[in-house]
Design a binder for this molecule. Structure first.
Ligand code: B12
Ligand code: SF4
Length: 478
């Protein structure tokens, strides 16, 4: 049995990819590949956007390698490209079974089966064991209705869901992601040859914020891998791929201090000399833990602050206070950690004044970088239900659901208002002397000018926004 796992073809040409400009490995596919390989199944992984694979090249691979199964990973904004990838797979060989997985597929499986005849199976939720069981069942020509966690069309073309598969209890059972199947030399920092590895130490989050699908996808209980195995994975990356920097892609890396301290100690004992960055809530750090983090190589933290209005924070269930945000950014900066604060504009309950408050709060916090994105009601989130029920969604073209542009109006504002406020917030934060001088001092202004120059042909505010997002893209990688 030969299984080819791929990202949708053509993602690198989309707005979001060009603007974010981040090349990151598809850890989900690499993990599935590792589990399949462990069972002796022949697997190939294609990180199509990173290597810039064209449709023709993809079809050629299908033609020459002849997989029995093609698995495609997809997010909401890349779903149409996933459909197209499924179609061109079947164009080459209609006998190939096509499987799709990922957060969009998980919550929209019934629409997917109705919309795309080229997709045979949808894997719902965490994919490793479901994919393995499905592949083994297909290999034996067995009865797929016994495979939990999938959806498919039955003989009468009716959609069937086989029921939820429980989450993997012990993540240590999983082998490390199959990085040997990925183009590891292509994941560099700012396009420079500093080798970077993406590591995920945990899955799940207890908070269930209204705009985020993590708790509904990976569960409310955080499942940590053991500190030893995570450190071992890093050590392996250093040996095999000359990794110099690690990005932890956990949603909330600092949530469990006992685990974190054990892990940091593990890094110390193994004398692992790496720089690393992570994402964190503002209420799960304090000066003491930050000191430990800095001492073991932490150089950057990505904080989800979301809003400058306490009322809005409460409404989205973020369970943080503005004061906690101030304290976290202040302490981090004092310790020399580069901070990125992320904010959402256009949450349904906001007023224009609330959005202005968010822009002002960003300035008050004065993180190294601020990222403002449009509130997007991704499927599977409480926000999706609210937006759908109250007819707030004005753009149902999934390819626009990138967070770069609003697709939803509020109770008191239009999508045009959000566009205007995003431009306002970016201008307000970045076009100020303090920020520009800081960049000059750091010597990174050259990079910024380069990107600006490239975009000056179309010097609209939108362009400026994308320029700064590009810069953020560069810097949020570490
Ligand atoms: C790291 C990360 C990024 C990185 C790297 C992405 C990459 N190359 O993987 C960067 C910064 C580039 C990024 C960008 C974006 N991201 Co992002 N990202 C994440 C994050 C934090 C971790 C991803 C990860 O590695 N997960 C770990 C693996 C194990 O999970 P997984 O990929 O989902 O795969 C599992 C299952 O989904 C399933 N599966 C997935 N694919 C397949 C395929 C098959 C065939 C099968 C059988 C199963 C299967 O099995 C896998 C193993 O269990 C997630 C949140 C999260 N916790 O997952 C958000 C998340 C995926 N991102 C999200 C979004 C919205 C984006 C952006 C669209 C928006 C933005 N402004 O950032 C862009 C889009 C980029 C693009 N090119 O399209 C949303 C997606 C929501 C949705 N419905 O689509 C998430 C879920 C965040 C959230 N909480 O809402 N992201
Ligand atoms: S935004 Fe962060 S804290 Fe909130 S549910 Fe998502 S991962 Fe958890």
């Amino acid at each position: 049995m030969k299984v080819l796992l791929t990202m949708p073809i053509g993602v690198e040409k989309t707005e979001i990819y060009r603007i974010l400009g981040i090349k990151a490995p598809p850890l989900g596919l690499a993990w599935i590949a590792a589990v399949l390989e462990r069972e002796g199944i022949e697997v190939k992984v294609i990180d199509a956007p990173t290597i810039g694979l064209s449709e023709q090249e993809f079809m050629k691979i299908i033609d020459t390698w002849s997989p029995d199964i093609v698995g495609i990973s997809s997010l909401t904004p890349t779903i149409y490209l996933a459909y197209r990838t499924a179609k061109i797979t079947k164009d080459v060989d209609s006998n190939i079974k096509v499987i799709i997985g990922g957060p969009h597929a998980t919550f929209m499986w019934s629409d997917i089966l109705a919309e795309c005849p080229y997709i045979d199976y949808v894997v719902i939720g965490e994919g490793e064991y479901t994919a393995l069981e499905l592949v083994k069942t297909l290999e034996k020509n067995g009865d797929v209705s016994n495979v939990r966690g999938i959806a498919y069309r039955n003989k009468d073309s009716r959609p069937v869901f086989t029921g939820i598969r429980p989450l993997i209890k012990n993540l240590d059972e999983l082998p490390p992601p199959a990085r040997h199947l990925l183009p590891m030399d292509k994941y560099t920092l700012f396009g420079k040859p500093i080798r970077i590895a993406h590591i995920m130490a945990s899955r799940g989050c207890p908070y269930g914020c209204a705009f985020c699908s993590t708790s509904y996808f990976f569960g409310r209980r955080v499942r940590f891998r053991s500190p030893e195995l995570v450190a071992e994975e890093i050590e392996e990356c250093i040996c095999k791929y000359k990794t110099k920097a690690v990005v932890f892609t956990d949603d909330e890396f600092t949530i469990n201090h006992r685990w974190l301290l054990k892990f940091l100690n593990e890094l110390k004992e193994r004398k692992l000399d790496i720089k690393w960055s992570c994402g964190s809530r503002v209420d799960t750090v304090n000066k003491e833990i930050l000191k430990h983090m800095v001492n073991s190589g932490c150089t950057g933290i990505y904080y989800g602050v979301e809003s400058g209005s306490q009322e809005i924070l409460d409404k989205i269930g973020k369970k943080i206070t503005l004061k906690q945000a101030e304290d976290a950014i202040k302490s981090s900066k004092e310790l020399g950690i580069m901070t990125v604060a992320t904010f959402i504009l256009g949450l349904p309950w906001e007023t224009i004044d609330d959005m202005k408050k968010t822009a002002s709060f960003a300035l008050k916090l004065d993180p190294d970088y601020a990222q403002f994105t449009a509130a997007t009601p991704y499927p599977g989130t409480p926000l999706f239900q609210i937006a759908k029920n109250d007819n707030l969604i004005v753009d149902w073209d999934w390819s626009h659901w990138t967070t770069l542009r609003p697709v939803m109006r509020g109770y008191n504002f239009t999508v045009q208002d959000v566009e205007r406020m995003l431009n306002y917030a970016y201008r307000y934060f970045y076009l100020r002397a303090k920020f520009i001088i800081r960049q000059l001092k750091r010597g990174v202004f050259k990079d910024m000018l380069k990107v600006l120059y490239r975009n000056l042909v179309k010097p609209s505010m939108d362009t400026l926004v994308s320029v700064f997002k590009k810069i953020l893209g560069l810097h949020t990688s570490i």
